[in-house]
Write a protein that binds this ligand. Structure first.
Ligand code: ADP
Ligand code: MG
Length: 384
């Protein structure tokens, strides 16, 4: 491939980049875009949302507001989303008037667990054993599923929300009612040995860059700690990259894609896809030459993809949830005096329990050292 393939189709500064959704992921995207000289417009109904405060233009309107969509389409060279539940019809409307990356079809697949698992199964990628629950007949048919299981709403779930445990088949109907009888997948609860994720970027002309695999630990369904490099056999990273690249190609994906994986014994199962940068990829902000957000700008604008390699031997990321504010402002100085720690706060006003308010990244000569430091510093933030 010659180095200037596609050079005429690059989207270059000072073009306006549009983004649907104004959370912390959008905020980092906006900051990366501004560093490179692009303009940014954020569509987000919450006037206090983290990305809205830093964007050039904050359209405070519903995600499907027609005049907001017209403004985005007429002013932005490309529109993306950090909010995976952006209404499909809105993204299709935008795509009819400007470039939308990833495509509405790819977004729709990642937005719906039923479509996502069907897609993965169709392309031969292993997923946890599951059944689709849409009707009462599906409830009865699910008697042969493996229990205990987890019932997950097909749409709109995140951070473990929209999920209930189902101990036996007798508990299924009540569990389904508790989720409002919405379309769901019922998944066997697996004895996970490890949870992994890979963030990758892909351009419209098929170039791909994969970040190192992260290993993730969740508490109550919310990502707690993520560390890199993950504990993998020698060939593990290359195999994960091959799998994730294949998924992105089959999806025709353009932008940044995160693939969450379960390791059970010698099996690697794909849990879910996020059509955007990922919480477990935040380590790239402090430990890679090109962060996942700069990479997102590069991918959707058709630029050369940045170097995705890790520049430290070990890195860990600890999420900072609203719970840390229970007794007032955490003692930030305890993290800030450490050279190896990088504090990120998203500028959210209300520290509700379970809400992602920021994260702490730690680097070290070993991944174990980085992980231990991240845990220790986070607990010191609220210690007496
Ligand atoms: P979310 O959209 O909330 O991230 P996930 O499907 O990724 O939803 O589930 C959140 C977490 O719950 C997972 O990262 C994992 O820790 C746990 N989990 C989900 N499905 C299973 C399963 N089938 N078996 C065991 N643990 C699971
Ligand atoms: Mg998940």
């Amino acid at each position: 491939m010659s180095s200037n393939v596609g050079i005429d189709t690059l989207i270059t500064p000072p073009a306006m980049l549009g983004i649907v959704g104004g959370g912390q992921l959008g905020r980092y995207f906006v900051m990366a875009a501004h560093t490179m000289g692009y303009g940014t417009t954020v569509l987000e109904p919450d006037p206090h949302a983290p990305a809205g405060k830093v964007a050039d233009v904050h359209i405070i309107a519903a995600y499907d507001d027609p005049s907001a969509l017209d403004q985005l389409a007429s002013t932005c060279a490309v529109v993306t989303t950090e909010f995976e539940n952006a209404p499909a019809a809105a993204m299709e409307y935008l795509a009819a008037h400007t470039t939308v990356r990833p495509s509405p079809v790819a977004l729709a697949t990642c937005q719906d667990r039923i479509a996502e698992k069907q897609f993965l199964t169709d392309i031969g990628v292993a997923v946890a054993p599951y059944a689709v629950i849409i009707t009462d007949a599906d409830l009865a048919a699910a008697s042969t599923c493996g229990y205990p299981a987890i019932l997950k709403t097909a749409r709109l779930g995140y951070d473990g929300k929209g999920q209930v445990n189902v101990a036996t088949h007798r508990d299924l109907a009540t569990a389904w009612q508790s989720l409002g009888g919405a379309p769901c997948v019922l998944e066997e609860r697996l004895p996970l040995d490890r949870e992994l994720s890979m963030v990758l970027a892909r351009t419209a002309d098929g170039r791909v860059a994969c970040y190192p695999v992260a290993q993730n630990e969740h508490v109550d369904g919310i990502l707690d700690i993520s560390f890199v490099p993950a504990t993998l056999p020698g060939t593990g990273h290359g195999e994960a990259a091959k799998l994730c690249r294949y998924i992105a190609e089959e999806l025709g994906f353009v932008g940044v894609l995160a693939v969450e994986m379960f390791v059970v014994g010698s099996d690697v199962l794909v849990n879910e896809l996020a059509p955007r940068p990922h919480n477990s990829g935040h380590y790239t902000l402090d430990a890679c030459l090109c962060s996942q957000f700069e990479q997102q700008v590069r991918a959707i604008c058709g630029l050369a993809l940045g170097d995705a390699k890790l520049v430290v031997p070990g890195v860990a990321m600890a999420n900072l949830l609203g719970d840390l504010w229970a007794n007032g402002e955490p003692k930030w100085e305890r993290a800030l005096w450490q050279q190896a720690a990088h504090l990120h706060l998203y500028g959210k006003r209300e520290p509700r329990p379970g809400r992602k308010m920021g994260h702490l990244t730690t680097t070290s000569a070993t991944v174990v050292g980085a992980t231990t430091l991240a845990r220790r510093l986070r607990s010191q933030l609220t210690a007496d």
